[in-house]
Unconditional design. Structure first.
Length: 156
C-alpha cells in the first residue's frame, strides 16, 4: 500500500469543515448553479459517502470477500433531509470518521490492502482501491464546492 495515500486520506479529514467556515445559512443553501446541489447538500453527501466507505473498508478488512452494496446518492439527498441538517455537524462527523478509520488503516500490514470485497455495481474492489476512491471522491466534490463559493463571492 502506498502509505502516502493514507496521508492523503487523513489530510481530507478537515477539508469539509474548512470549506464551510465563514459561510452563512444563505450561502450554504444557495444554488448558484441551477440543477445542482447546494454547499450544504454536498457536505451532507460527503459525510454519508465517507461513512459508507468506512463501513465497506472495515468489512473488507474483517470479512472474507464481503458483499458491498451501492447506494442511490440522489435518493439519500432527497429523502434524508440534506436541505435541513446541520452542515457543521456533518463536517465534524466526517472528520472524526476519517481520523478513526485512518488509525485502523495505519495499523494494517501491506498485505491487508490486497483484501477484496465484491461491490454489486463495481465488482471486485480491494481495500487499497477503496482508500483511493475515498480520496478521489472528496477531491471531486470539493471542486464543485469551491466553484460555488467562488460564484457566491467567497472563494476559499
Amino acid at each position: 500500500m502506498n502509505r502516502a495515500m493514507i496521508d492523503e486520506y487523513v489530510r481530507g479529514a478537515a477539508i469539509p469543515a474548512a470549506a464551510i467556515r465563514g459561510l452563512t445559512v444563505g450561502d450554504l443553501d444557495a444554488l448558484p448553479v441551477a440543477g445542482t446541489w447546494s454547499i450544504r447538500q454536498i457536505v451532507l453527501h460527503l459525510m454519508d459517502s465517507d461513512l459508507i466507505a468506512a463501513d465497506r473498508m472495515k468489512r473488507i478488512i474483517a470479512e472474507d470477500s464481503p458483499a458491498l452494496i451501492g447506494f442511490d446518492e440522489s435518493a439519500f439527498a432527497q429523502k434524508l433531509f440534506y436541505t435541513d441538517l446541520d452542515a457543521s455537524s456533518a463536517a465534524e462527523l466526517f472528520r472524526r470518521n476519517r481520523l478513526l478509520m485512518a488509525e485502523i488503516l495505519k495499523r494494517l500490514p501491506d498485505s491487508a490492502y490486497l483484501r477484496m470485497g465484491v461491490h454489486n455495481q463495481r465488482g471486485r474492489i480491494t481495500l487499497e482501491q477503496m482508500v483511493e476512491l475515498s480520496v478521489r471522491h472528496l477531491d471531486h466534490h470539493m471542486k464543485f464546492l469551491k466553484h460555488k463559493r467562488q460564484l457566491l463571492g467567497k472563494p476559499l
